[in-house]
Design a protein around this ligand. Structure first.
Ligand SMILES: [Zn+2]
Ligand SMILES: [Zn+2]
Length: 282
């Protein structure tokens, strides 16, 4: 095993009401997994009560910043704890996010289109699942073009909304057009390992999407999307293997909102296998 070089780039805190465990427990897990650091990216506050039940309230944003700062302090010299954010994208939210992102220095901003959020669905679902899938990929491309985000999170999440309506060949032209636009912005895309727990049990995105991303030179960021400490760094070896199969030799993460890139072979060598982990101390 070599020195830690990888980061967990997507994880949550109890402030979003559907994640469990204190930041220190997530950080301890990152340390035990052989990660150099962990970037907290909890669900951003949104205006007008939009999706309020699964995120911190606007007045809790300072609490979030303090919570991550306390974990950073506690883990000094052990694991590099950083402040990030998972911000929802939908047309019209841009001015809110611009102000929010400017309040404190952030290390990694995920841009997420969440088609399962009732308020989003009410605004954009018109009764036709295929049209809803097209809207999702259109919004992903628009998100990248705002310049507000470093990485697009779980970029095929829509497939789980109506799995019986998910037809890869049918949606492919829309996906490719979105990927062309995303590639032109330089924004990265996430390989999110939590997809294996969803209805369609595969990473987000799946291997065929990874090949399309790789063909366009879109950087890939790994994220477990941990809502419990045990999932920090979960599935990273499998994720990196699928990236290699797609022809990709590097993975990226973001610090100070600047892209860092490491070789997958080095990243592999730096991880502690999940089966060998012991002595976690939060
Ligand atoms: Zn969540
Ligand atoms: Zn998300």
């Amino acid at each position: 095993m070599s020195a830690p070089i990888l980061y967990e780039s997507h994880c949550h805190t109890p402030l979003c009401h559907h994640a469990y465990g204190e930041p220190a427990e997530y950080a301890a897990r990152a340390e035990a997994r052989g990660l150099q650091g962990i970037i907290f990216t909890c669900h951003c506050p949104l205006p007008d009560g939009f999706s309020a039940h699964v995120r911190m309230a606007p007045e809790q944003y300072e609490d979030y910043v303090a919570l991550v700062a306390a974990a950073r302090e506690k883990f000094t010299g052990r694991v590099d704890v950083r402040l990030g954010l998972e911000s929802d994208y939908y047309p019209g939210v841009e001015p809110w996010l611009e102000k929010l992102h400017a309040r404190h220095p952030l290390h990694h901003i995920l841009g997420s289109v969440h088609p399962q959020v009732p308020e989003y669905r009410q605004a954009w679902f018109k009764g036709d699942w295929f049209a809803y899938q097209q809207t999702y990929f259109e919004h992903l491309a628009m998100a990248a073009e705002t310049g507000l985000f470093d990485t697009l999170a779980h970029p095929d999440l829509i497939k789980n909304e109506a799995p019986h309506e998910w037809d890869l060949a049918r949606i492919q032209p829309y996906v490719e057009r979105a990927l062309d636009r995303i590639a032109a912005t330089g924004v990265a895309m996430e390989l999110n390992t939590s997809g294996r727990q969803k209805v369609i049990r595969e990473f987000n995105p799946n291997p065929s999407r990874l090949r399309l991303m790789q063909a366009r030179g879109i950087p890939v960021v790994l994220g477990a999307d941990a809502h419990i400490p045990e999932r920090v760094g979960e599935g990273y070896e499998d994720a990196m293997a699928s990236l290699q199969t797609a022809g990709c030799a590097e993975i990226s993460f973001s610090l100070d909102r600047k892209r860092q890139t490491v070789a997958i072979t080095d990243a592999f060598a730096s991880l502690t296998p999940a089966t060998a982990m012991h002595g976690i101390r939060p």
